[in-house]
Design a protein around this ligand. Structure first.
Ligand code: DAH
Length: 410
């Protein structure tokens, strides 16, 4: 019993949960296509950091050591579980974030770099969640000596001057606080300079990407806010949200790199920052792309709309009718995670599923059994599904629920 992933055979074990729908995504490499919105955005970001080395060709198959241990994830972190991540077997999984390559990249001696890649997470199904998406990781290290400090101060002055003259409103928070502390091994003054450099650098990238685009009225300033965050591999840590069409949208996470990460990479006497941003999130905002499945479309009506080097507004093609099908079942005593159900639907219906919602859940007072009712919306983006096709998908979902999970349908 083996599973074949990118030309290599791996033995299956009790942790194997990767599906063939996911395996078929692994060689798409959307971020490397120059006319694809994700490729265009990658180029735009790389052009904003001309002195940084740029990597975009790392295999998505990583070890738990790279994805979690290198980054000090606690052993009980939910990200490690089979409900959240795609495991090939207990020794290999699909990277869940580009941070999986931090130690590797630092240890090769790179001190200023960007790394773009496809990442994989088991998740719910709707217009903004897809089990495969793309991130750009960025990092910069400074020498922890007077020259390094001078370099940060000069860069901070340059970036502040640039941002002062721009049409951008930034809601900031203290770089360091009791709930977002400096690392014990860091000099607070230096850590503060690094955190400030991180924020200035990202504000300048955000201005480069969104400047004049985030609102209907181009005169209206861009609004960005910084919030405190927690990541196992940074301190202090932050998230950035952009105000878009009346809502705050999270676009990235970042922070001052944990010294233990740099120690693992054998980088001495250095201090620095890292960030990881979600490309689809940003591309959906910039291009007005309404459904995350579109990025994976092979339809020329999608692909032919984009021009390298240019951000243009996506012109939607006609929406086909939705086809709702419900399924109610008794949850087996071993449980059935929502991500398991969603993965089964994805593996059966592929991109013909638009949305899955839990619409009812109750526990029988006498038997104590729990019943779930899910509503699945089958809708293809490029053609009209017949009711027969949707029924065939749904019947297959129901029979797999019974076969794979021993579920009793109601
Ligand atoms: N890897 C994080 C995620 O996927 C994002 C992130 C946070 C990346 C902080 C970083 C960082 O490099 O420093 O949610």
């Amino acid at each position: 019993m083996h599973v074949s992933v990118l030309g290599r055979e791996y033995p299956r074990d009790s942790q194997t949960n990767i599906t063939s729908a996911i395996i078929h995504k692994l060689d798409r490499r959307l971020h490397l296509q120059p006319s694809h919105p994700l490729g265009i955005l990658r180029n735009l970001i790389e052009s904003h950091y001309p002195t940084f080395s740029a990597f975009s060709d790392m295999s998505p198959v990583v070890t738990p050591a790279r994805n979690f241990d290198d980054l000090s994830f606690p052993l009980d972190h939910p990200g490690r579980s089979v409900t959240d991540s795609y495991y090939i077997n207990k020794d290999y999984l699909l990277r869940t974030h580009t941070s999986a390559h931090e130690v590797e990249t630092f240890s090769k001696g790179h001190r200023e770099w960007l790394l773009t890649a496809d990442v994989y997470r088991r998740d719910e199904i709707d217009a903004s969640h897809y089990p495969a998406f793309h991130q750009v990781e960025g990092a910069r290290l400074f020498h922890d000596n007077p020259n390094g400090i001078k370099e940060i101060e000069e860069d901070n002055a340059r970036l502040s001057a640039h941002l002062a003259s721009s049409n951008i409103i930034i809601e900031d928070i203290p770089h360091i606080s009791a709930s977002n502390p400096v690392q014990p091994s860091h000099d607070p003054v230096k850590a503060e300079l690094v955190a400030r450099n991180l924020k200035l650098s990202l504000n300048s990238l955000i201005l480069h990407l969104f400047g004049g685009r985030a609102s209907a009225n181009e005169e209206e300033p861009l609004k960005v806010r910084w919030i405190e965050a927690y990541f196992p591999f940074t301190s202090p840590s932050y998230e950035v949200e952009v105000f878009f069409h009346g809502k705050w949208l999270e676009i990235l996470g970042c922070g001052v790199v944990l010294q233990s990460t740099l120690d693992r990479a054998n980088v001495p006497n250095s201090i620095g920052w890292a960030f990881g941003l979600g490309l689809e999130r940003i591309a959906m905002i910039l291009y007005s792309i309404p459904d995350i499945r579109l990025f994976w479309s092979k339809d020329s009506r999608f692909l032919e709309q984009f021009i390298p080097g240019t951000i243009s507004t996506f012109k939607p093609f006609s929406k086909h009718p939705p086809c709702y099908k419900d399924v109610s079942f008794w949850v087996p005593s071993t449980g059935l995670h929502e991500n398991d159900f969603c993965d089964l639907v994805r593996d059966t219906a592929g991109d013909s599923v638009e949305d899955v919602k839990l619409i009812d859940s109750f526990t029988h007072p006498k038997t104590n059994r729990t019943s779930h009712c899910y509503r699945v919306n089958y809708r293809s983006m490029d053609r009209s599904l017949t009711n027969d096709e949707a029924n065939a998908f749904h019947e297959r979902v129901i029979s797999r629920l019974k076969e794979d999970f021993g579920v009793e349908i109601r």
